[in-house]
Ligand binder design. Structure first.
Ligand code: IPM
Ligand code: MG
Length: 354
């Protein structure tokens, strides 16, 4: 039986991961594959209970597991620690790097019943169906960084090897070929040398994929185009930091940041987590939207276990609940039926069998 390591983490992570586990168990009930769930510590919770944001035990369990399901990390309590020890760097970035999860897939698809939940006009967002493929273990996040070449200065470096660019861009072409055949490579080649290198390699790889239409876009323009005319995008492939920024922006194209799921992959080994943060302001109040985590569970079934049918069952159940008018507070407009975190999880479980 495949093992899934569950890492709830901090803040709302503690509330949303149990809902995803609940849905995964329900969808697999009576089917050929079942999953064994194990639990571990990561982030601030791990600092408090085990002295370190990514305890050795957690890393060993993650390496041994077939997939990892994560909630979120970080919170004000740990913000004053030295950066390398903090939940974000010492926990999340460390596990991504240790497992070499270089490909981060963030699907952005507007569901028809959520069009009115977006802050953007319906005609702009109604046909959004794109995927951001974010490079996750290199670039600005992982280059050399530090203080004081001059006494009053700090630096971060954006470094990519050819190999790192190649593997993510190849994946972008493959994804585009299976979708609408359009790949947009987002960079800042008018300024950055690493972007010019990225572009050269991308152009060369494009020769192998004549069926895919490749375009290049500067990241500032991409941010503008994503709110101006998001329908133009199919697959976007981009650098780590650019992808971080653009995916928070893009989440509003699906109504709420509480809807954006993600898969971080290296082959079929994957870590699945919502792309949003730990939302300390609403933590522990049963207010958080568990759908991004539940949908990340669907991505796990698809990418780690090849269970496409079951993945779609979850996706359809989520749509059904929303279609029936149920909303978490982040999605609700006045007068709509508001559910708490647990109740939303239960509603999705019930919708699976309808
Ligand atoms: C994300 C998050 C993380 C990132 C943070 C929590 C370190 O914002 O997954 O997008 O920047 O990658
Ligand atoms: Mg982010």
């Amino acid at each position: 039986m495949p093992n899934v390591l569950v890492l709830p983490g901090d803040g709302i992570g503690q509330e949303i991961t149990p809902e995803a586990v609940k849905v995964l168990e329900a969808v697999l009930k009576g089917r050929s594959t079942s999953l064994n769930f194990e639990y571990g510590l990561i982030g601030g919770t791990a600092i408090d209970e085990a002295g370190k944001a990514l305890p050795d035990e957690t890393l060993a369990a993650a390496q041994a597991a077939d997939a990892v399901l994560m909630g979120s990390v970080g919170g004000p309590k740990w913000d004053t620690l030295p950066a390398p020890q903090r939940p974000e760097l010492g926990g999340l970035l460390a596990i991504r790097k240790a497992l070499s999860l270089y490909a981060n897939i963030r699907p952005v698809k507007m569901l028809p019943m959520l069009v009115e939940s977006s802050t953007l006009r319906a005609e702009v967002v109604k046909n959004v169906d794109l995927v951001v493929l974010r490079e996750l273990t290199g670039g600005l996040y992982f280059g050399e960084k530090g203080r004081g070449i001059n006494p009053n200065s700090a630096f971060d470096t954006l470094v990519y090897s050819e190999e790192e660019i190649r593997r993510i861009v190849e994946m972008g072409f493959q994804m585009a070929a299976k979708r609408r055949g359009k790949l947009c490579s987002v960079d800042k080649a008018n300024v950055l040398e690493s972007s010019r290198f990225w572009r050269e390699i991308t152009v060369e790889i494009a020769k192998k994929y004549p069926e895919v239409e490749l375009t290049h876009m500067y990241v500032d323009n991409a941010a503008m185009q994503l709110v101006r005319w998001p329908e133009q995008f199919d697959v976007i492939v981009t650098e780590n930091m650019f992808g971080d920024i653009l995916t928070d922006l893009a989440s509003m194209l699906m109504g709420s940041i509480g809807m954006i799921s993600s898969a971080s992959l290296n082959g079929t080994k994957g870590l699945y987590e919502p792309a949003h943060g730990s939302a300390p302001d609403i933590a522990g109040k049963n207010l958080a939207n568990p759908l991004a985590t539940i949908l990340s569970g669907a991505l796990m079934l698809r990418y780690s276990f090849g269970l496409e049918e079951e993945a779609q069952m979850i996706e359809r159940a989520v749509e059904r609940v929303l279609q029936e008018g149920y909303r978490t507070p982040d999605l609700a407009k006045p007068g709509e039926k508001v559910l708490g975190t647990r109740e939303m999880g239960t509603a999705v479980v019930e919708a699976l069998s309808r």
